[in-house]
Design a protein around this ligand. Structure first.
Ligand SMILES: Nc1nc2c(ncn2[C@@H]2O[C@H](COP(=O)(O)OP(=O)(O)OP(=O)(O)O)[C@@H](O)[C@H]2O)c(=O)[nH]1
Ligand SMILES: [Mg+2]
Length: 264
C-alpha cells in the first residue's frame, strides 16, 4: 500500500515539475494557459466557442487545445471560430498531463499566441490533480448539475482560480439555487470568484475573456487555501475514466463540514 502511495506521489511530483518547466517556457513565449475543467457536458466547448469568437473580434491572439477520450467533435466545433485548434485524443486516459500538453504544443502552437485555452477531458476527478502549467485554472459547473457539486468534488473546486457557472439561461427551469451553490463553493475555496455565464445568451462571455486577458498580462490570480497541499492520489493511466477524490481536502483541513442544502 505504501508503495502504491509512493508511486502515486512520484507521478504527481513528476507532473508538477513538468508543469513548472512548461509554464516557464510558455511565459518566455508570452503565452498563458487557461485550463478548463468540468464534468462531461457542462458546456466547456460551447462557452469556448463564444470565447474564441469574441477573442477574434477583439484581436486577441488565442488558440485552443481540446482533449477527449474519443472523437474530434469538439475541435471541429471550435475550429469554426477560425482560430488555431488542436484535438488531443487521450487513448482512454481520463485527464491531460503536463508532458502530454508540452508534446502536443511542440511545433503547433503559433508564435504570438497570448492565450491558450485547454479544454480538459470531461471529468471532475482526475484532471483536478494535474497542473498543466496553467496561469488560470477554471472549474465549470452547469445549473443542472446540482448545488452540492463543490462539496462532492472538493479538489476540483478547491484548487480553482475561478469558478464558472454555465447555462444560466436555463437556471429557472433547473431550479438552480445560486446562493446555495455559492455557499458550497465558499466552503472548499473561500474567496474564489464565481462568474455566471451562458453560451446561449452570451452572459459572462466578455467578463471571462477580460479575466483571462488580465491574467495573461500579469494580473494576480486568486490563491486557493488548498494550493500547496496537492492530493496524495494520482490517477490511473490507460483506461481509467474515474479515480479517487484527491486528498487535498483531506481529513485535517479542507474537507467541507456540511452541505448547504438548496432552499427549495
Ligand atoms: N441551454 C444551454 N445549453 C448549453 C449551454 N452550453 C452548452 N449547452 C448544451 O450542453 C450540451 C453540452 O455542451 P458541450 O459544450 O458539448 O459540453 P462539454 O463540457 O464541452 O462536454 P464534454 O466535452 O463532452 O465534456 C450541448 O447540448 C450544448 O448545446 C448554455 O449556455 N445553455
Ligand atoms: Mg467539450
Amino acid at each position: 500500500m505504501c508503495r502504491v502511495v509512493d508511486l502515486q506521489q512520484a507521478v504527481l511530483a513528476k507532473n508538477t515539475s513538468a508543469a513548472q518547466t512548461l509554464r516557464t517556457a510558455l511565459a518566455a513565449r508570452g503565452t498563458a494557459v487557461v485550463n478548463l475543467l468540468s464534468s462531461p457536458g457542462s458546456g466547456k466547448t460551447a462557452l469556448l466557442e463564444r470565447e474564441l469568437g469574441l477573442a477574434r473580434e477583439r484581436g486577441v491572439p488565442v488558440a485552443a487545445l481540446t482533449a477527449d477520450l474519443a472523437t474530434e467533435n469538439d475541435a471541429t466545433r471550435l475550429a469554426r471560430s477560425g482560430v488555431p485548434v488542436k484535438q488531443v485524443l487521450t487513448d482512454g486516459l481520463c485527464h491531460l498531463e503536463a508532458h502530454m500538453l508540452g508534446r502536443h504544443l511542440d511545433g503547433w502552437l503559433p508564435d504570438g499566441t497570448r492565450l491558450l485555452f485547454v479544454e480538459n477531458v470531461g471529468n471532475l476527478v482526475c484532471p483536478a490533480s494535474y497542473d498543466l502549467g496553467e496561469s488560470l485554472r477554471i472549474v465549470l459547473a452547469s445549473v443542472t448539475e446540482g448545488e452540492d457539486k463543490p462539496l462532492k468534488y472538493p479538489t476540483a473546486f478547491g484548487l480553482a482560480h475561478l469558478v464558472v457557472v454555465t447555462k444560466t439561461d436555463i437556471a429557472g427551469a433547473a431550479a438552480f439555487d445560486e446562493a446555495a451553490f455559492r455557499a458550497n463553493v465558499r466552503q472548499v475555496n473561500p474567496g474564489v470568484e464565481v462568474l455566471l455565464t451562458s453560451a446561449r445568451t452570451g452572459e459572462g462571455v466578455g467578463a471571462l475573456l477580460d479575466r483571462a486577458v488580465a491574467v495573461a498580462e500579469g494580473a494576480p490570480v486568486h490563491v486557493p487555501v488548498m494550493a500547496g497541499r496537492q492530493p496524495a492520489h494520482a490517477h490511473g493511466h490507460g483506461g481509467h475514466e474515474h479515480g479517487h477524490t484527491g486528498g487535498a481536502a483531506g481529513a485535517d483541513t479542507g474537507r467541507p463540514r456540511s452541505a448547504t442544502a438548496p432552499t427549495r
